[in-house]
Design a protein around this ligand. Structure first.
Ligand SMILES: *[C@@H]1O[C@H](CO)[C@@H](O)[C@H](O)[C@H]1NC(C)=O
Ligand SMILES: *[C@@H]1O[C@H](CO)[C@@H](O)[C@H](O)[C@H]1NC(C)=O
Ligand SMILES: *[C@@H]1O[C@H](CO)[C@@H](O)[C@H](O)[C@H]1NC(C)=O
Ligand SMILES: *[C@@H]1O[C@H](CO)[C@@H](O)[C@H](O)[C@H]1NC(C)=O
Ligand SMILES: *[C@@H]1O[C@H](CO)[C@@H](O)[C@H](O)[C@H]1NC(C)=O
Length: 447
């Protein structure tokens, strides 16, 4: 039986009660669950029968052993008993867990620039668009579960370089494994360089992703998903950035999957900074906040949920991480964006040490070129936003009105304390940029 993908969208919402219970029960195998209620995507190599599902599981296992995951020659004499150890042979999967306007593009670049890392920028965009096109963020718990189940399943496939899984979610459906609709393809170096993109790239064959994302989209033509999967397999490690997973606990099934070797970099930022940045960026959604800022009066119908959600999700995740549960041991690192902005090289080295990866000089060069240290403003105007945001992590203090700051502080108080962001009590204190509102804190990963 082939299962129709369209019917999945309809039925997923119709049979939400079944889904809810079932996904809770089978969170490890959301795809097989979707099959069991007749909802598996077509073209995803799945036959909806028990026998084939079992085989699928085996195939995934084999593929990951032979293809993506390199088999390690076990060296019993290895002196590296304590973690973290540099083990360049072990394929590491990195997830950047972030929210919009928290600096995640910058953190993504710390991996995208590494020649041995295959990087994807927000593949879950397609899941959300296919399943809940109209909702930016579902507050309905059951719907959220359905999306998260699909998201986890896709992430697992992508880390194993089964990029074909993504095709089920892309609209229009790719023909012959070829599409020009892959979201932010240009943000991934691997997807803009040979062999995935054979177009004559900039002078001296430099990959265009460095200069301009749009140029990659224009000159590389539709992406051949099979070639992209090959490129993924050719890299030692893979990193995925997403702002569509709310909390660390949503990733538990993946983190506990021993074949995946997943490590999560949770990126947090002062919610007041996130708010200021979103007001500038998402002009429609945050229209009423701009009105508040302009008039000095808070609109009655202001959507307070937007900032509440950020703080709640952060608070739950960070509390979970700081409680050091066994399932996060060696798999979780907390990174404050403000620390990265102030000490980009040092923080990047810490990240790589935690991941057990060797930091490549191209990453260091990129940081030097794209942060405050850079005097090379003329080279290409690319990444001006990155450069600005790195330099101006506390810029929000001159962009939000004092009332807005006070309001956000009230809602987010427990989180501010937990992360070491200082509360301000007076406009003078807010605008005096010579004293930082970021307390010195060290959040060490635990092993
Ligand atoms: C589905 O099952 C049929 C018949 O058993 C088989 O020929 C086909 O290859 C299967 N497809 C997949 C994707 O496993
Ligand atoms: C897909 O490939 C086949 C064979 O190469 C070709 O005949 C067909 O036109 C292609 N379809 C599209 C939509 O490009
Ligand atoms: C995509 O790449 C594969 C593998 O190299 C090749 O066989 C296939 O013909 C390519 N498809 C298209 C549409 O170019
Ligand atoms: C950094 O800037 C120098 C000088 O403009 C350039 O040659 C180099 O390619 C840049 N490196 C990176 C990684 O952007
Ligand atoms: C700004 O803060 C600094 C350091 O806390 C303090 O020395 C200075 O007096 C403050 N300036 C104003 C105008 O409040």
């Amino acid at each position: 039986m082939q299962c129709s993908w369209k019917s999945m969208v309809l039925l997923a919402l119709a049979s939400i009660a079944i889904q809810y219970t079932a996904i809770r029960t089978f969170s490890f195998k959301p795809l097989s669950l979707l099959c069991s209620v007749g909802l598996a995507p077509t073209g995803h190599a799945v036959n909806c029968s028990l026998r084939d599902l079992t085989r699928l599981g085996q195939e995934t296992l084999e593929a990951s052993d032979q293809g993506c995951d390199e088999i390690l020659p076990q060296s019993p004499s290895s002196p590296s008993v304590s973690l973290p150890s540099y083990n360049a042979n072990k394929r590491t999967h990195i997830l950047i867990l972030a929210t919009t306007r928290s600096g995640s593009s910058f953190v993504g670049q710390l991996f995208n620039q590494h020649p041995e890392v295959f990087y994807l920028f927000e593949p879950l965009y397609h899941v959300q668009l296919a399943l809940l096109p109209r909702l930016a963020q579902s507050r309905n718990l059951a719907e959220r579960r359905v999306i998260l189940g699909a998201a986890r399943d896709l992430l697992r496939s992508l880390y194993h370089c089964h990029l074909g899984s993504l095709e089920s979610y892309i609209r229009p459906r790719p023909a012959n494994h070829s599409t020009d609709k892959l979201f932010r393809r240009g943000a991934s170096r691997s997807l803009c360089s040979p062999p995935v993109c054979e177009a004559q790239l900039g002078r001296e064959g430099q990959s265009l992703v460095l200069s301009d994302e749009g140029e990659c989209m224009r000159r590389c033509g539709p992406i051949n998903v099979s070639l992209a999967a090959d490129a993924c397999r050719a890299k030692r490690h893979a990193a995925i950035k997403t702002v569509r997973i709310p909390q660390i606990s949503d990733l538990r099934a993946l983190i506990e999957d021993p074949r995946l070797n997943l490590k999560v970099v949770q990126l947090v930022r002062d919610p007041r900074g996130i708010l200021a940045s979103r007001i500038e960026t998402f002009r429609d959604t945050y229209r009423l906040w701009r009105l508040w800022r302009a008039t000095g009066r808070r609109p009655h119908n202001l959507d307070l949920g937007q900032i509440n959600t950020v703080c709640e999700d952060f608070l739950r995740s960070v509390s979970t991480g700081l409680a050091r549960p066994a399932w996060l041991r060696g798999r979780y690192i907390l990174l404050r964006y403000e620390d990265l902005a102030r000490f980009p090289l040092q923080k990047t080295r810490e990240l790589y040490r935690f991941l057990g990866l060797v930091l490549d000089h191209s990453v260091e060069d990129w940081i030097i070129n794209n942060t405050r240290g850079s005097s090379d403003l003329s080279s290409r105007q690319k990444f001006t936003t990155v450069r600005d945001s790195a330099a101006n992590a506390e810029n929000w203090r001159v962009k939000l009105s004092f009332d807005m700051v006070v309001y956000t502080q009230t809602v987010c108080q427990p989180l501010l304390e937990l992360l070491g962001y200082k509360t301000v009590y007076h406009p003078r204190e807010l605008r005096n940029l010579s004293h930082s509102l970021v307390e010195d804190r060290t959040f060490l990963p635990f092993f």
